[in-house]
Ligand binder design. Structure first.
Ligand code: NDP
Length: 261
């Protein structure tokens, strides 16, 4: 295993499960000091346990249980990371959620509270966390990586508020990239297709609820049984996306060294 992140400090939001967990694991395996975070302490401990089991020193991992939908929670995440590791090189804005209407409605019929909750974690929290991390990322000439979704594309989807939040995130990525490059900070994003992460379970749904309520689950079942629709023939795994995130960050770091950004 290479040491592409040796000497770097990374925060990976949403690392108590799924894509974030795989990304934090990969970064730690490749030498980074990593802050892992989520609200669910048990799942957060599972992530930490996986990292330590791979032989990574305990002092390279900081677990912060916090709600990123609150600015207080975001302050805690940044402040404790700086207190422990003294710097911040990489911010992966991965935490996100696909909420469902309590009455199972889709499209524009979904209750507006679904819109508010979705925007709060998928978009607003990314903006405010980035604002709070900016100073440290500028000092380190660091990297921001936002996790978007193929749902942000121009095709229409029934999970309208989720798709809107990710389309807004894409525009934030483009505009923040232009804004922050003058300070030597690069901003990129990845837009995964369907990835098997157990997202419904992580949101507290029983398998029965998930089958019945989760649009994601229905979509997942569809693609699982129509693999001919997927060019590579299989549903994505969290580690596949983690590798893309690592690739983007490492190569941006190399470009920045070449240009002395
Ligand atoms: P999971 O549901 O598996 O994980 C979501 C993570 O976000 C969890 O660690 C969860 O932590 C955290 N999170 C959610 N809300 C909050 C909050 N208020 N405060 C702190 N942490 C929070 O999701 P995935 O791994 O599937 O998704 C990760 C990202 O990838 C998301 O942005 C998602 O939109 C995107 N994506 C996923 C796809 C997929 O097919 N899975 C496809 C395209 C994009 P906790 O529950 O502990 O708070």
């Amino acid at each position: 295993m290479s040491n592409r992140f040796s000497g770097k400090v990374a925060i990976v939001t949403g690392s108590s499960n799924g894509i974030g967990r795989a990304t934090a694991f990969l970064f730690a395996q490749e030498g980074a000091k990593v802050t892992i975070t989520g609200r669910n302490t048990q799942r957060l401990e599972e992530t930490k346990h996986e990292i330590l089991k791979a032989g990574i020193p305990e002092q390279h991992v900081l677990a912060i249980a916090t709600d990123l939908a609150t600015e207080k929670g975001q302050d805690k995440l940044i402040n404790e990371t700086i207190k422990k590791f003294g710097r911040l090189d990489i911010l992966v804005n991965n935490a996100g959620a696909l909420f469902h209407d309590a009455q199972g409605r889709n499209g524009i019929a979904q209750d507006i509270s679904v819109y508010d909750r979705t925007m709060e974690i998928n978009m607003r929290s990314v903006v405010t966390l980035t604002q709070k991390a900016k100073k440290y990322l500028i000092e380190a000439k660091g990297e921001i990586l936002n996790v978007s979704s193929m749902a942000a594309g121009p095709q229409s989807v029934s999970v309208i508020y989720y798709a809107m939040s990710k389309a807004a995130l894409d525009q934030f990525t483009r505009s923040a990239a232009i804004d922050l490059i003058q300070h030597g900070v690069r901003v990129n994003s990845v837009s995964p297709g369907v990835v098997a992460t157990g997202a419904g379970e992580a949101m507290g749904m029983t398998p029965e609820m998930e089958q019945k309520l989760s649009v994601f689950s229905q979509y997942f079942n569809f693609v699982e049984s129509h693999k001919d629709c997927i060019p590579c023939g299989s549903v994505g795994r969290p580690i596949d996306i983690a590798h893309i995130i690592a690739f983007l960050i490492v190569n941006c770091l190399l470009i920045s060294l070449d240009k002395r950004l």
